[in-house]
Design a binder for this molecule. Structure first.
Ligand code: CO
Length: 505
């Protein structure tokens, strides 16, 4: 059979996987937004069944045969040399999906899906009740399942590699360790400098911010970012997230707190950054193995870019303060753009990762990464996790959580089996700063934000990143966009410049 026929076959298989995956996502979106409590048990079974069907197709002999007809083998994952570059990259991505799926027994995949659905509910309740011991056995079971999964997937150096690879393909634990070892002392020394300065008065962001109006502001800013509401929605959930229910249906959630300005707006902007990426894959890639992100680190670079580099910039407040004061005459009227800009950027060690400022944020990630390593190495027992968490919090942030809801129970990730995910947030910060550095060579980013003209910024991201889908690995994409490998110096100098101006040192 000709390559053309085989490529068609490959795309037909991936189309079904994609349809099933989007259907699986509908169940998850509903579970986190509007599902009544009573539906939880059957929803877990539904999710488990869908994950079985997806796994069956991703590990099928049919897929294996098509790939081998295209000349794809473990030692030659890009397939026949006569294929064009696009097809060779498509084959490489398909091969990765196939080999991972084929290694994993169906039973384990279903167990993880079912347990993840159950343990997310248990976690949410445990966090609300501040009761770690109610969640402990579920997390123990999840880590057992993930250790089994990692052993089956295999790794060369550290067991963590196998799980990290699910979210950040082709990046190794030792590379993350190196990046973090470089970053940690810089962050701690910057934090010390800042805390020795006069602290910012951020009382404005803790005034009463009417929730209905916060929704209005979020929707307004999302439109400014050119998020297409005919291809998505903004809802509320306990933990903000973005999910793709179809090539033209990418939904966002956020959460609001009436006494805290940052939560709603920055949750929305962050998720919208993810959404713009997902909506930006070219039509040609829809339903194929390439209609996907390069990696979760690149995904987070898009969300953190819009949330922080745009949304927390001085220029953003020059541009949008009037609008904010118009929507909120009460808390914002009588204030100034500079006052609000400084308030949203106050740096202070705090307990909750998602609300952390740009300087301390990665310290929260380093904490989780170090605990995850110990859990997988079995040098830390789950029952000792809360105390280990608090100890690391003292070491890295200088503060001790008052309870487990503010500590070890705060994040949803472990409950859905996302060990290995956290480092992608810091990678996102690093990639976003590097992309921004190079974007400024092509565009006057400051002037564009100030003039409320965000479209050229989105177009740049679209051309360089979104339109590439999963053609390139994250390191390849970084090199293609910026001409160099990931370099943490861009992030370090971005935060140093920004905060030395804000805190005046
Ligand atoms: Co994110």
């Amino acid at each position: 059979m000709s390559h053309e026929v085989n490529l068609k076959k490959l795309n037909a298989i991936s189309k079904e996987i994609s349809l099933l995956t989007h259907t699986f996502s509908i169940l998850g979106w509903d579970q986190e937004t509007y599902m009544p409590e009573g539906a939880a048990a059957e929803r877990a079974e539904q999710s488990s069944l869908l994950s079985k069907l997806i796994h069956q197709r991703a590990s099928s002999n049919e897929l294996e045969n098509v790939l081998s007809s295209l000349g794809c083998t473990d030692s030659n994952p890009m397939g026949d040399i006569s294929l064009d570059d696009y097809s060779r990259r498509l084959v490489r991505r398909a091969h990765k999906t196939y080999t991972d799926a084929a290694k994993l027994p169906e039973n384990l995949v279903m167990q993880i899906a079912e347990h993840s659905s159950i343990s997310q509910n248990i976690w949410a309740k445990a966090r609300a009740d501040n009761n770690f011991s109610a969640y402990q056995p579920y997390l123990e079971k999840m880590t057992d399942l993930l250790i089994q999964k990692a052993e089956i997937l295999g790794y060369n150096n550290h067991i963590y590699d196998a799980l990290l690879d699910q979210f950040e393909p082709w990046t190794k634990t030792s590379e993350i360790q190196q990046l973090f070892n470089n970053l940690q002392p810089k962050l701690i020394s910057l934090l010390k400098k800042i805390t020795s300065c006069q602290q910012i008065d951020d009382s404005i962001i803790h005034r009463k911010w009417d929730i209905k109006r916060q929704k209005e502001l979020s929707e307004f800013i999302l439109k400014e970012m050119h998020y297409d509401f005919t291809k998505g929605r903004l809802d509320e959930s306990a933990h903000p997230f973005t999910t793709t229910l179809g090539s033209s249906d990418v939904r966002l959630t956020t959460r609001y707190n009436k006494n805290y300005f940052n939560m709603g707006l920055y949750g929305s902007m962050h998720e919208c950054g993810h959404g713009l990426y997902e909506l930006g894959y070219p039509e040609k890639m829809h339903g194929t193995f390439l209609g996907d992100a390069a990696s979760m680190g690149i995904h987070e670079s898009q969300s953190r870019f819009w949330e922080n580099i745009i949304g927390r910039s001085r220029e953003f407040f020059t541009a949008y303060f009037d609008k904010i004061a118009e929507i909120f005459p009460e808390p914002a009227g009588g204030s100034t753009p500079d006052e609000l800009f400084r308030a949203v950027n106050k740096v202070e060690p705090s307990f909750i990762r998602v609300e952390a400022d740009e300087v301390t944020y990665s310290l929260h990630i380093i904490l989780r990464f170090r605990l995850e390593l110990q859990i997988l190495e079995k040098s830390l027992k789950i029952k000792d996790l809360p105390e280990a968490w608090n100890e690391l919090s003292r070491e890295l942030l200088g503060i001790t959580p008052e309870n487990d809801s503010q500590g070890v129970l705060q994040d949803v990730h472990w409950s859905f089996g996302g060990i290995g995910y956290f480092p992608t947030y810091t990678l996102g910060n690093l990639y976003s700063a590097q992309f921004h550095h190079y974007m400024k060579k092509d565009l006057n980013v400051s002037e564009l934000i100030e003039s409320r003209n965000l479209l050229p910024i989105l177009d740049w991201l679209h051309e360089k990143i979104h339109s590439k889908g999963a053609l390139y690995t994250a390191p390849e994409l970084c090199k293609l966009v910026t001409g160099e490998d990931l370099n943490a110096e861009y992030f370090s100098s971005y935060i140093y410049d920004k905060y030395s101006r804000i805190y005046d040192f």
